[in-house]
Design a binder for this molecule. Structure first.
Ligand code: ATP
Ligand code: MG
Length: 244
């Protein structure tokens, strides 16, 4: 069974929801404590709805809160107040165990720096989230090989991260993010450290995943060319999210 076969329509478009929502942030605020008892209010009452198959770009100045927002949406951090619904459940109120399960099953995360594990091959790195989910090693490795093939890395399965180029590492990180067939990929500047041609390859891989599998994309980027390929561009300014 390949990714496409196993990603049934009923999963992408749950029965009974005419307008399927993959993720919804409701009134989220995030403050960090600064020295001297001060609070730095980074995000103020943010609302965001992500539909199945929707492509969203988030832009904004350095320090405006883009990574903070992505971490909240991906359940990697908790908001000071507000709710983040994934699969109609509030990530904020879940136990850590349940949050890990939802993250592992519904969301894929691509970090600005790939975070591949140095001692494992590309194939093993990609297989890792599937192994964590309890899929057998042989199935997980087969699926990892198939996904690496899809991102143009058939010849690189056994290479360790240090033996891959920057673009290859990022493509492996994307393959890893999708192995559990997430409904949404959150990507933090996935092309930030790449030259133009390599960045374009990474953009094309992400757009193809969106088109072939209906995976929603939330991409933080400084690259307006990339942002313009999304359905909606939001800018964070003064802690608020505005569609531009
Ligand atoms: N754990 C933390 N503790 C305190 N302040 C933080 C923490 N994480 C982020 N900040 C602050 O929150 C603000 C937003 O940070 P964030 O990383 O979200 O910015 P960004 O928009 O992703 O910037 P960049 O484009 O440079 O990656 C910054 O001023 C940052 O210093
Ligand atoms: Mg950032």
């Amino acid at each position: 069974m390949n990714y496409l076969d196993s990603f049934s329509d009923s999963q992408i478009f749950p029965a009974g929801t005419g307008d399927p929502i993959v993720m919804e942030a409701v009134d989220i605020c995030k403050s960090f404590s600064e020295g001297g008892g001060n609070q730095l209010e980074v995000l103020k009452n943010i609302n965001l709805t992500v539909k199945a198959g929707e492509k969203i770009a988030i832009v904004g100045a350095s320090g405006s809160g883009k990574s903070t927002l992505l971490h909240l949406l991906g359940g990697l951090d908790s908001p000071t107040s507000g709710q983040v619904f994934v699969d109609e459940k509030d990530l904020v109120r879940m136990s850590e165990k349940e949050r890990c399960r939802v993250r592992n099953n519904y969301l894929g995360f691509v970090y600005q720096f790939h975070h591949l594990l140095a001692e494992f091959s590309a194939q093993e790195n990609v297989a890792m989230p599937a192994l964590v989910r309890g899929i057998s090693p042989s199935q997980a490795l087969n699926k990892a090989a198939m996904l690496l093939d899809k991102v143009g890395m058939t010849q690189r399965l056994l290479h360790k991260p240090s033996e891959l180029s920057g673009g290859e590492r990022q493509r492996a990180a994307i393959a890893r993010a999708v192995i559990n067939e997430p409904r949404c990929i959150c990507a933090d500047e996935p092309t930030g450290n790449l030259d133009k041609a390599t960045a374009e390859q990474v953009v094309q891989v992400m757009l193809r995943l969106n088109k072939e599998f209906g995976t929603s994309l939330i991409v933080v980027t400084h690259d307006m060319e990339f942002a313009k390929k999304m359905d909606t561009i939001y800018a964070i300014e003064n802690g608020q999210l505005k569609a531009i």
